[in-house]
Design a protein around this ligand. Structure first.
Ligand code: NAD
Length: 346
């Protein structure tokens, strides 16, 4: 399945059920430089031999920083990259975010495409045009909104994805279900990771369904002045967990969704939803409690971009499939956080 979506920032071709072997239909490999991370390059470098060059960055969120950007810039210069050279980000959300960022600023912009290789990349990070680089504790502090020319979804890459990265991606899938898609929530509750791992067609359909949700929202609000904020469900507290506890993005979002649910119950959501979400997260091997220092979490939360006076904007659920935004006082956030923190090892 293929379609194009035209955002204010550019038109993107979505190539679902794609195959990396046919990438030359979408670009000329001799004029294209791949940016990938060390894990993905180690596994797939035999696919990259026809390309002008491959720039490999060290894997891991701790390398999504400015020294990586400077190193890539230096290598682009050495390879004589110019404004018509295409960049291809091949990897998880870290590699595609870095690619989108550099492609939008190098010589004031060059064409780029994405081949997400992690589930999180396929259902979320590669879609929507946001990219970013971390500065110290501040996630994605520097970033642009720039749309790739195409996104090629090749589920064959998921064959090598470690188990913890599958659950990482499912956190974002569960997020879409909570926000917009009650039917998907029920479907996920009837299945598990093994079910999706065994069936490429089912996984492809799941990825396309998540991409549809994200596209719908980004089309309505590319620059996040309204509706797109809903996609931050689980991310306000999630970013604090990610920064303080150094856990994967999706695992942090899982905990963040629980905190948001606890707060949602104060605004009328039935408490049973928190229990249902807890069960679903456990089913997809995601954490539901963690050992952490509440003061440290609050310190990060008070620096959040969404801070407004003595509170911070949270996306809350009315019920599964319906959400809205509330400003929540910090002391209230602290209480909700505390209910998911335990004393033992996480
Ligand atoms: N731009 C956005 O809208 C957006 C949305 C969500 C997340 N993000 C960003 O995405 C990043 C998280 O993405 P991620 O979870 O994919 O992290 P990641 O890119 O760090 O990948 C996770 C791990 O999986 C490995 N990996 C990727 N594909 C693999 C494969 N096919 N086989 C084996 N190993 C593979 C990577 O090398 C890495 O070790 C964060 O930086 C986050 O800020 C961006």
């Amino acid at each position: 399945m293929q379609y194009s979506v035209t955002f204010p920032g550019g038109s993107v071709r979505y190539l679902f059920n794609g195959s990396f072997e046919h990438i030359s239909q979408w670009l000329n490999p001799r004029e294209c430089i791949i940016i990938t991370d060390s894990h993905v390059n180690g596994l797939y470098n035999q696919l990259f031999t026809d390309f002008k060059a491959v720039i490999t960055i060290p894997a891991g969120e701790e390398h999504k920083n400015f020294s990586t950007i400077l190193s890539i810039t230096q290598q682009l210069l050495e390879h004589q990259a110019h404004r018509k050279t295409t960049l291809l980000g091949v990897g998880g959300g870290m590699a595609t975010d870095i690619t989108g960022f550099i492609a939008s600023v190098y010589m004031r912009g060059m064409p780029f495409g994405y081949v997400p290789t992690s589930l999180l990349g396929m259902v979320d990070a590669a879609i929507g045009g946001k990219n970013g680089v971390n500065i110290g504790l501040q996630k994605n502090l520097l970033g642009t909104i720039a749309q790739p020319k195409f996104i090629l979804f090749d589920t064959a890459f998921l064959g090598t994805l470690p188990g913890t990265e599958w659950s990482n991606g499912f956190a974002e899938v569960i997020k879409y279900a909570c926000l917009f898609d009650k039917e998907l929530f029920t479907e996920l509750a009837e299945r598990d990771i093994q079910y999706y791992k065994k069936d490429n067609a089912v996984t492809s359909a799941l990825i396309a369904r998540c991409a549809d949700w994200k596209n719908k929202i980004v089309l309505a609000d590319e620059r996040e002045s309204g509706m797109r904020k809903l996609l931050n469900f689980g991310h306000t507290a999630g970013h604090a967990f990610e920064t303080v506890c150094l856990i994967p993005h999706g695992h942090a979002v899982a905990l963040g969704m629980l905190v948001a649910c606890r707060l949602s119950a104060q605004y009328g959501m039935s408490e049973t939803v928190t229990g249902q979400l807890q069960n679903l997260l456990q089913q997809y091997s995601l954490p539901t409690t963690i050992q952490a220092d509440t003061d440290e979490l609050m310190r990060v939360l008070t620096m959040d971009k969404k801070r407004d006076g003595d509170g911070v904007d949270f996306i809350l659920l009315k019920e599964i499939g319906k959400a809205d935004i509330h400003n929540i006082a910090f002391n209230n956030v602290r209480q909700a956080l505390a209910s998911f923190i335990h004393a033992g090892n996480h």
